[in-house]
Design a binder for this molecule. Structure first.
Ligand code: HEM
Length: 467
């Protein structure tokens, strides 16, 4: 009888002469001190690990072992080529489980995830997103008019707050066809608070989130409030005959083509929350970083102004203008490289695997950090410099595709990618049409605040001059 083949043998490894290498370990000092260093400077510590050990290294945090990878080929292996072998039963997703609860973002994987994605995917296809473009430009137009009334020439504005409100309004209006109104501000504050609590937990995962200490009790209260808000909207909608043209209606009517069944109200509730969570902070941080970077680079801003003036000639942009706003898109890509909002994720190997000659054991936790990947010196010369030219077609063609993955890659990539890129392009184009941005001297050096999403610490303060 033939012996059972190991997963690596069935991939042809059995014929390879090269023995697989063991993934290098960090030093004992970094294993013991990892949690302390992470708490002080999470990104700095992880970057140091990569610089010291190369593109793959074992790290350990409070006894939790992880393999950190930082190479486009390894990312491609995990997310695309052998994606079936990796799921989300990891520490990071267990940490956010009380918030995400089986919605698409934290769904472990396998058939339950595939079914959910099949049901939801059509609601995020380009033609549907095109239908939301008007929400985006209308809300942005309202924000700009408020700025005109509220600010005097030369005023320095904390634009993070303003742009947070804008992103919140856009996601709520697209989902529910409704204006968030005054509840929007408190929801936004709750988001920030929840982000701090969970972000701190990830940096120092003790005590467990189930312990009834004040920040975790607050987290539970926030979750209950958000649940209440979403339930109100869904309940009202279920009991109403009115016709709506929003994402919620699309999701309520969506069915899995393979089985002909749709979502239960509970699942719908979870997915709506996941869309708010996935779609709000990521875009609000991105626009804040966008304004910061164009404000710091007048030559980039001048080219942006020239493009929007040329393409739009003063009118409000529409979905069809997007392909013509090429330089605007290059600025967005470069911003999502430098300050990638969803900057870390994890996967767990189901069976053993191999990457670049290294052995990945079964049931290993893999840590994927897009912030360090997007600053990898082999693919991004002078990586900290802001340079939208990196996204010219010629330069893109010279890089491995997986050197740049702000929306992840493969079947579990971001379902809201088109939505986000449409939103970012329309907002940036409209701000550029109306304002010239300058970052005052005292606000030049904004630090990153790596929470669950990548925040600008203290917000972005900008001087907005009407053009
Ligand atoms: C700049 C904005 C955005 C960025 C950078 C971003 C990034 C990402 C990334 C990296 C993932 C994969 C996470 C992982 O594998 O662990 C993801 C997943 C997801 N995103 Fe986004 N996202 C953005 C905007 C949005 C928007 C606007 C929505 C909804 C309207 C959204 C909804 C989701 C959902 C539901 C998932 C889970 C998909 C699945 O697992 O099948 N995101 N996003």
């Amino acid at each position: 009888m033939q012996n059972a083949r190991t997963p690596l043998e069935s991939q042809g490894r059995a014929n390879s002469r090269r023995p697989l290498r063991r993934v290098p370990n960090t030093s004992l000092k970094d294993q013991v001190g990892g949690v302390y260093y992470m708490r002080r400077d999470q990104v700095g510590f992880l970057q140091r690990m990569i610089e010291t050990h190369g593109d793959i290294v074992r790290i350990r945090l409070l006894g939790i072992k992880m393999i950190m990878i930082n190479n486009p080929d390894y990312f491609e292996r995990v997310l695309v080529r052998n994606h079936e072998n990796y799921d989300k039963t990891t520490f990071l997703f267990r940490a956010v489980e009380p918030i995400l609860r089986g919605g698409l973002i934290g769904n472990v994987g396998g058939e339950p995830w595939r079914r959910q994605r099949r049901i939801m995917q059509p609601s995020f296809h380009q033609p549907k997103v095109a239908g939301f473009a008007e929400n985006m430009t209308d809300e942005t137009g309202q924000m700009l008019r408020r700025w005109d009334d509220r600010y005097q020439p030369g005023d320095v504005v904390n634009i993070s707050t303003e742009l947070g409100q804008l992103a919140m309004r856009i996601v709520f209006r697209s989902l529910f066809g409704a204006h968030v109104g005054s509840r929007g501000d408190s929801i936004e504050e709750m988001f920030l608070e929840a982000n701090h609590i969970v972000g701190n937990f990830f940096r120092f995962p003790f005590p467990p989130l189930s312990w009834p200490i004040p920040p975790y009790r607050r987290l539970n209260a926030i979750i209950r409030t958000m649940d209440g808000y979403v339930s109100d909207v869904i309940d009202k909608r279920i009991g109403s005959d009115e016709v709506h043209h929003d994402l919620l209606t699309a999701l309520m009517n969506a069915v899995d083509e393979e089985t002909g069944t749709g979502m239960t109200p509970l699942q719908l509730h979870r997915e709506v929350l996941n869309i708010i969570i996935g779609g709000y902070e990521t875009t609000s941080n991105s626009v804040a970083w966008l304004v910061y970077l164009i404000g710091q680079h007048p030559e980039v801003q001048a080219r942006l102004h020239a493009e929007v003036d040329d393409v739009l000639g003063g009118r409000v942009p529409a979905f069809d203008d997007l392909p013509k706003l090429k330089y605007t898109r290059m600025i967005i890509d470069e911003t999502l490289r430098l300050y990638t909002p969803a900057w870390q994720t994890m996967r767990r190997s189901i069976e053993e695997d191999e990457m670049g000659g290294y052995h990945i054991p079964a049931k290993a936790d893999l840590y994927l950090n897009m912030y360090t990947l997007h600053r990898h010196p082999d693919y991004w010369p002078d990586a900290t410099r802001f340079d939208p030219e990196r996204f010219s077609p010629e330069q893109i063609a010279q890089r491995p595709r997986h050197a740049y993955i702000p929306f992840a890659s493969g079947p579990r990539n971001c379902i809201g990618k088109h939505f986000a890129l449409t939103e970012l392009t329309l907002i940036l184009a409209m701000i550029a049409q109306a304002y010239r941005v300058e970052i005052p001297e005292e606000s030049q050096d904004v630090e990153i605040e790596p929470l669950i999403t990548m925040h600008p610490k203290g917000g972005i303060h900008a001087r907005m001059e009407r053009r």
